[in-house]
Ligand binder design. Structure first.
Ligand SMILES: Cc1cc2nc3c(=O)[nH]c(=O)nc-3n(C[C@H](O)[C@H](O)[C@H](O)COP(=O)(O)O)c2cc1C
Length: 291
């Protein structure tokens, strides 16, 4: 069997089932490179623009996302007209004000950077399509399946947003993933402004622009901590105390610092204290006891 090349694609597109398991796999290398480079950037270069062709390429990536029962419960509003963009930004400035007022304690960012976007993708989700997912036939199973249908819906929307962000990166641009559009008041304002029925919801908003600063890296848990081979490895369980430590002490730094490993921080020991091992090795829970 020989690998085939899809018209218009850059590399070999193997639909024959012959896996490329060679140690050096250029397809994987460029794929993982895009994945690693995808970043949440909240500062863009001013006064830039891009063509609709590029924006269509980005939307095309979203279109190919997987979804439960292939219902594709999304629509993408691509705001690229500067006047409309400014009005969308106003909605998000008000959203950010409410976040500061009503959700204190979260390290939120002032959203004026949205003024410098070349486009804003609004990913709408339509929950009516959930009827296509499995439904229970008894009251208990109905509740169980209904909850799982929510999961299927959100994962599908997330897959589309992820594809869009990756395509942004592959086109040399950068973006962020804003969940604030999904709040009731913000969604009402967006639906009024953009003309969509209010039962659709802006689950993800993706401002796109040219990066104004280097944000090439961000904290990631070590691979060996994330992988559980064949069964859940209890030594890798993250304890309640660890979750709380992240919330109370680490979150603003882990969210915004330009380093993938916490050990690279100059103030690593001071910031992490007794939590160094839990955050940098595969032994988050040395006792192996589970709650
Ligand atoms: C479901 C979800 C919601 C998010 N919501 C916001 C948001 O409202 N505002 C924001 O600035 N970033 C938001 N982010 C971006 C995260 O803060 C970011 O992905 C994380 O800090 C890791 O940074 P990185 O994307 O640069 O790797 C969100 C990400 C996800 C997956």
């Amino acid at each position: 069997m020989c690998p085939t090349r899809r018209a218009g694609s850059a590399g070999p597109f193997d639909i024959t089932g012959v896996a490329n398991v060679k140690p050096n796999n250029p397809d994987y290398d460029s794929f993982i490179d895009i994945i690693r480079k995808r970043r949440s950037v909240r500062r863009f270069d001013k006064g830039r623009s891009i063509s609709r062709e590029v924006l269509e390429r980005i939307a095309e990536a979203g279109r190919w996302a997987p979804s439960g029962a292939n219902v594709q419960p999304w629509d993408f509003i691509v705001v690229e007209d500067p006047e409309m963009r400014d009005r969308v930004v106003e909605v998000f400035l008000r959203q950010a004000d409410r976040l500061m007022k009503y959700a204190k304690g979260f390290p939120s960012v002032y959203k004026s950077y949205l003024n410098n976007t070349v486009a804003i993708f609004i990913v709408l989700g339509d929950r009516r399509w959930n009827i296509n997912f499995p439904h229970g036939v008894t009251p208990e199973s109905e509740a169980d399946y209904r909850q799982n249908n929510e999961n299927i819906f959100y994962c599908s929307i997330g897959a589309a947003i992820q594809n869009i962000q990756l395509a942004v990166t592959a086109n040399g641009l950068t973006s962020a993933w804003l969940s604030g559009g999904g709040e009731q008041q913000t969604n009402d304002e967006l639906s009024e402004l953009l003309g969509y029925p209010p039962f659709l919801r802006a689950y993800g908003t993706i401002p796109i622009g040219f990066p104004a600063k280097d944000v090439s890296s961000r904290y990631r848990r070590p691979l060996e901590q994330v992988i559980h081979w064949n069964r859940y490895e209890a030594e890798k369980f993250r304890t309640d105390e660890q979750v709380r430590f992240y919330l109370e002490s680490l979150r603003p730094f882990a969210m915004y610092r330009n380093k993938s490993e916490l050990g690279e921080w100059e103030d690593f020991e001071e910031r992490l204290g007794e939590w160094q091992e839990a955050f940098t090795t595969d032994r988050t829970n040395p006792s192996g006891k589970l709650p």
